[in-house]
Write a protein that binds this ligand. Structure first.
Ligand code: G6P
Length: 489
């Protein structure tokens, strides 16, 4: 082992997230195909190399038989992943229900789904019970593999109950919790029937992290106003117990993108795309097909731009990659039809026999195709209505070293706080403003593009996912040492 060979062994890091970085597709009774999952958390943690990391999470598939569970556990072990098995009922109530129909829209200031608001309110308690049950199942798996000295890092709104479950098993466990979405104003959090239980559980962690200072501040306010605890510069204090709360803005593995651009297959893609869209400026949107991403609003803004600028109609194309997500939740199904309807209408209105203004794809692209697309883009449109951080904006910047394209970025994405100086910031609800920004971006002189790009590029390449994870874990280790010192005093 590493210690015997005189090399210090890496600290074991147990990353617990609802979704594993791979999702499993069953090929036969005992064989599985593993595919990389989409999402910001996955792309950030894939770049983290300095810990002996293991992932604990759901493989995105229902496996109720012993052979299936055994063989999947074995296949995943090769990827250092440990599955948590959730049955269909739990997935329905916990994942589709409480996580994606209640917490997700609420944390993004979208409120409960309009049409079935009352039904959601009625099923609230049973969904919350399923949420707690699911969190307990995650805790059981963590507890089984936990060894003294491990760091346990819980992720996201799916697992707000986990810190408390883990500390009940072992109060000495080092537990961190990080939220990848916004934490909303305490006035929004107050409306949640389970508001106090969730806050108390998160506070059982030693360190609580958010992408921005604002989210951290909202969380501390919720704890002071709802629980009556004390907010301090370090975090939240109650009866002598301090939970550290801080902002840790995530980044990407920028080198991975920069290196990919040199690969022959990516260069081939770039060449094809340049030929395909010769004579037209390329605008790009890459989003999960989620209501927080503001895809309909973005497309309407593009329509307005075409309406007001007839000279641009055959000179610009919008490529919108909309990766399907949470397809069992009815709000997402409605959104898909809505987007298709708008795209169809605009293409009918402004298309010609040889060209359409919007290319809309309902699927993900492989990594190399995505890098090529980022590289040929003139203007990227990231117009989320709310977004924890938004790493598409970072990925675009990383791939723009030669083109120096423009980033139009929502002021409601966490990334606006780090890329605000180089991007054009917009209010995504204001389609007149977004349409005007599209015009500004397409006409921007080269020296301004260069300056803006440099600011963003410097940020993206110096604030990486590796650094993010290392900072969080070292802060967690320090927090525990400080707490021990305080108890000794
Ligand atoms: C967001 C969340 C992640 C989640 C991802 C994909 O980025 O913060 O926790 O994994 O969306 O969503 P899904 O529901 O497919 O896991």
């Amino acid at each position: 082992n590493e210690r015997q060979e005189g090399r210090p062994s890496k600290q074991r890091l147990l990353v617990v997230a609802n979704r594993l970085p791979v999702s499993a597709v069953r090929r036969s009774v005992d064989s599985w195909q593993l595919e990389i999952s989409v999402g910001g958390l996955v792309s950030a943690l894939l770049g983290v190399k300095e810990f002996d990391a293991r992932w604990i999470g759901w493989a995105g598939v229902n496996v109720s038989d012993d052979i299936g569970q055994r063989t999947l556990t074995k296949s995943l072990a090769e990827k250092r992943c440990i599955p948590v098995f959730l049955d269909e009922e739990i997935v329905q109530q916990y994942y589709n229900g409480y996580c994606n129909n209640i917490l997700w829209p609420l944390f993004h200031y979208l409120g409960l789904p309009q049409e079935d608001r009352l039904a959601t309110t009625r099923s609230f308690q049973s969904q919350f019970d399923a949420y707690k049950k699911a969190n307990q199942l995650f805790a059981d798996v963590v507890n089984n593999i936990y060894q003294e000295g491990d760091v346990v890092w819980c992720h996201d709104y799916h697992l707000m109950f986990l810190p408390q479950c883990l500390k009940r098993y072992n109060s000495n466990m080092k537990v961190g919790w990080f939220l990848h979405t916004p934490f909303p104003s305490s006035e929004i959090h107050r409306t949640l029937p389970s508001r106090s239980e969730l806050l108390r559980s998160v506070l059982a962690a030693d360190l609580v992290g958010f992408h921005t200072y604002d989210y951290a501040r909202h969380f501390v306010s919720a704890c002071t106003r709802i629980l009556g605890f004390e907010g301090t510069p370090e975090g939240v204090e109650n009866q002598g117990k301090l939970t550290r709360v801080a902002a840790f803005p995530i980044g990407i593995d920028s080198e991975r993108f920069i290196r990919a651009l040199e690969l022959p297959q990516v260069q081939d893609h770039i060449k094809e795309l340049k030929e395909r869209f010769a004579g037209r400026k390329v605008m790009l949107g890459v989003d999960r097909l989620d209501m927080i991403k503001g895809i309909p609003q973005k497309i309407l803004a593009f329509e307005k731009f075409l309406e007001e600028n007839p000279n641009w109609r055959d000179k610009v194309v919008l490529l919108q990659i909309a990766v399907p997500t949470r397809t069992d939740v009815s709000e997402y199904q409605k959104l898909t039809s809505q987007v298709h309807e708008i795209v169809g209408r605009i293409n009918g209105r402004f298309g010609t026999l040889t060209a359409v203004p919007i290319h809309h794809l309902d699927r993900s692209l492989d990594f190399h195709a995505l890098c090529a697309l980022y590289a040929v883009t003139d203007v990227a449109l990231v117009t989320s209505l709310r977004d924890g951080m938004n790493l598409v904006s970072y990925e675009f910047v990383a791939c723009q070293a030669s083109k120096k394209g423009v980033l139009i970025l929502s002021e409601f994405a966490g990334a606006a706080q780090s890329l605000g100086a180089g991007a054009i910031l917009v209010n995504p609800w204001n389609i007149t403003e977004v349409a005007a920004s599209i015009g500004y971006a397409l006409n921007m002189p080269a020296d301004e593009r260069e300056k803006r790009h440099q600011l963003n590029f410097m940020h993206v390449t110096s604030h990486t996912s590796q650094e993010w994870a290392a900072t969080f874990v070292s802060e967690l280790n320090d927090t525990i040492v400080e707490a021990q010192l305080r108890t000794c005093q």
